[in-house]
Ligand binder design. Structure first.
Ligand SMILES: [Zn+2]
Length: 715
């Protein structure tokens, strides 16, 4: 007995030593589960970060925003994440003076109304002492000048709204138009007005869309926009610093950087050529009361107790003056780098912007707080021995609000290296404005994002996963695409062709009516956006988990079958749209078939390598095969970009996802084809339809290039 027991003890000791000897670090999946665990999640620290970041208004170029940058840098550094600031000098504009007067001409003559153009603080407003640091309401890059003319109400200022006006015989030429916010990008509202011959633009926040439909309750008692609340924002239609289109605005002491002159910038066509001003809902209604002419149709009307909306023109005269100053301001992107252990030259990039029009509790610092939460959890994983396979880069952008400037300058400066090394870009702008998860993505990421959403509980219903709530009763979740210029993903996907995604909770103006007003503060977030900060925790979980999988999985978790399927759907809807025209879509359908085939073959190859795995996988040769296959997966998205870019918008290289000409918020597939169709429907000429066919060919060729990259074979 003794003998046996000694023997077994010896055996036990021997095996435990052996075990120690061959024991590998815990598998990556252990760290991934840890990343999601309650022990690493911290809603209280997210709230603290948000509170600190939003203490003062911090528009791009301000001292307060430099302070916020220093804060982000210090948090990252304290987590042992090597970080630095990438700064640029860029052209920003600030308001110098504004005035708006309404001159009624109805008899008996009434005195002119001069608008105060001021957002009001409320009793007990904890930010009252810093309220005067909020910039006067304005449009960034608005044209300086005056405009005086009869008012015309143009609904949301879309192309189709002007068509409606033409049908009832209203001409906007020489008038000042009154538009309401909500359906298209404000820069397009101004540009569409200019193209119709208007001389000035006033845009108001209609109670119908932002005011709770006239329930007479607003912030701080309810989430709705107060009557004096104004949505400010940029009216620049381009991307990046307008004075350095396509290249980086270097921050040199001697300013050794080529820049366009003011005239050259105007000739580029992306900044407005007529002045504009944003106004409050209350001011909008006051102007509306002075407009005569035909009654606007039902869906042009306001909330239930609003005055009747008429289209004009006039008889009242609107007198608008705006003077802005353009300055060369220093902006700062904070960049933190967690170096990959095995493939340091492959980048998984997470980004969020920091600059805000006012306090920015939702837009964008809910995202910044989530970024810092991701960083904190990654820092914790590092302490416990985790090292990512690939490099993870955390970016906190500046001057997004002016025109995606910080991210765009950085991408333009690092374009070649990003084009050869970036695996994916994951953006979060407004992380949280309410309940409900939303994702936008290039389609090879769909499956990965669904998988992550299955792992994280819905913060508003713990019996369901985010995936289950997101999928709803339909059973399959809805992805948005990345066609619009809505946030910092634009340069990554639309200029360079990097697979990208964007996550948020909430969404839609109805859920977040104080958007870009001075009421987007910590109090609003605490009362209405995310009282317990659990949505922030969930946003950080999904964002970080997707990043971890992209950084750690041996094979890049990209699925090009989803891409082919999505393209097929877009091509079908295009077919329905132009079925009666003499356009052949067969090259497009054929190229999509080829992409599908290439994706299937690649999946087989991946399986074959996996089956040969085990000890053999340690052989260098097999590792090179994994790398080669991953490179094909990484580079396939680049193939959707085209040297010449979209017609008339050559910075936008991506032919599948990009903005359409008259609506930068739009995110349809094939923007080049879409614009060509719109033009052809307008011009109705043989040549214009021929251009549609040409655009179809271009897209088909890009898709074919992507299949060749996936196949990894020369023709
Ligand atoms: Zn934003």
């Amino acid at each position: 007995m003794i003998k046996t027991s000694t023997a077994s003890t010896l055996l036990a000791i021997a095996t435990s030593y052996l075990f120690l000897f061959i024991t590998a670090p815990p598998p990556k999946s252990t760290y991934h589960s840890l990343f999601l665990s309650d022990s690493l999640s911290d809603n209280a620290s997210i709230a603290r970060h948000l509170h600190t970041l939003t203490r003062r208004p911090h528009v791009a170029g301000s001292e307060a925003n430099a302070e916020a940058a220093a804060y982000v840098l210090s948090v990252l550094t304290s987590l042992d994440i090597p970080s630095h600031i990438a700064s640029y000098k860029v052209a920003l504009t600030y308001p110098l003076s504004r005035s708006l007067q309404l001159l009624p001409t109805n008899p008996p003559p009434e005195p002119p109304t001069t608008f105060a153009l001021r957002q009001e603080i409320y009793d007990g407003d904890p930010y009252a002492d810093v309220a005067d640091e909020v910039l006067p309401t304005f449009h960034a890059y608005a044209k300086s000048g005056s405009a005086s003319g009869p008012v015309v109400y143009v609904n949301y200022g879309r192309v189709e709204d002007y068509m409606t006006l033409r049908e009832i015989g209203v001409n906007v030429s020489g008038t000042v138009v009154l538009a309401r916010y909500g359906k298209i990008y404000r820069g397009d509202i101004v540009n569409n007005a200019y193209e119709e011959g208007a001389i000035g633009v006033v845009i108001f926040t209609d109670r119908k869309d932002y005011g709770g439909a006239g329930e007479a309750r607003w912030f701080p008692d309810d989430k709705w926009m107060p009557p004096s609340g104004v949505q400010v924002g940029s009216v620049f239609n381009g991307v990046g610093d307008p004075t350095t289109p396509g290249w980086a605005s270097r921050d040199d002491d001697e300013d050794e950087c080529e820049r366009l002159s003011k005239d050259e910038v105007e000739r580029e066509g992306d900044i407005p050529l007529i002045p504009s001003l944003p106004v409050s809902g209350a001011d909008g209604e006051k102007i509306m009361r002075s407009i005569g002419g035909p009654l606007a149709e039902d869906d042009w009307q306001g909330s239930k107790d609003a005055p009747a909306y008429r289209v004009g023109p006039g008889p009242a005269i609107l007198n608008l003056t705006y003077t802005g100053e353009q300055v060369l301001a220093k902006i700062e992107n904070v960049i933190g780098v967690i170096k990959g252990a095995e493939e340091p030259d492959r980048y998984v990039i997470l980004g969020n912007h920091r600059d805000a029009w006012t306090f920015g509790a939702v837009d964008p610092n809910s995202g910044t707080a989530a970024l810092l939460e991701v960083a904190q959890r990654l820092g914790e994983l590092q302490k416990r021995g985790w090292k990512p396979r690939r490099t993870i880069i955390l970016c906190n952008w500046d001057a997004e609000e002016y025109g995606l400037i910080g991210s765009t300058e950085w991408v333009e400066e690092n374009r070649e290296i990003l084009a050869s090394r970036a695996v994916a870009y994951l953006n979060v702008d407004c992380a949280v404005s309410g309940p409900g998860f939303h994702a936008l993505a290039t389609p090879q990421l769909d499956e990965l994002i669904k998988r992550a959403a299955q792992q994280v509980k819905d913060p508003d219903n713990s019996s369901l996963s985010i995936y289950e709530s997101w999928a709803g009763s339909g059973g399959s979740p809805l992805f948005g695409r990345l066609g619009g210029g809505g946030s910092d993903y634009a340069a990554f996907v639309q200029h360079v062709g990097i697979p990208s995604a964007d996550f948020s909770f909430g969404g839609g103006f109805a859920g977040y009516p104080v958007y870009h007003s001075m009421y987007d503060d910590f109090i609003w977030m605490k009362k209405f956006g995310d009282p317990m900060f659990h949505r922030h925790v969930a946003a950080a979980s999904v964002w970080g988990l997707v990043a971890l999988w992209l950084a750690d999985e041996e094979f890049l978790p990209f699925d090009y079958l989803s891409y082919a399927k999505e393209l097929q759907v877009s091509a079908k809807s295009l077919e329905d749209q132009i079925s009666n025209k003499d356009i052949s879509l067969s090259p497009l359908f054929k190229s999509i078939k080829e992409l599908e085939k290439a994706a299937i073959i690649l999946n087989y190859e991946r399986k074959a390598i996996e089956e040969r795995k085990g000890w053999i996988a340690r052989w260098k040769k097999e590792q090179l095969k994994v790398r080669e296959l991953n490179d094909r997966l990484m580079m396939a998205e680049r193939a959707f970009t085209d040297r010449d870019g979209l017609f008339g918008m050559s910075w936008y290289k991506h032919l599948i996802y990009g903005p359409s000409k008259h609506n930068d918020y739009g995110s349809q597939a094939f923007p080049g084809i879409d614009d060509a169709v719109k033009m052809a429907e307008n011009l109705k000429t043989k040549e214009s339809w021929h251009r549609v066919q040409h655009e179809v060919w271009r897209v088909s060729r890009a898709i074919r290039h992507a299949s060749l990259v996936l196949m990894g074979q020369l023709t």
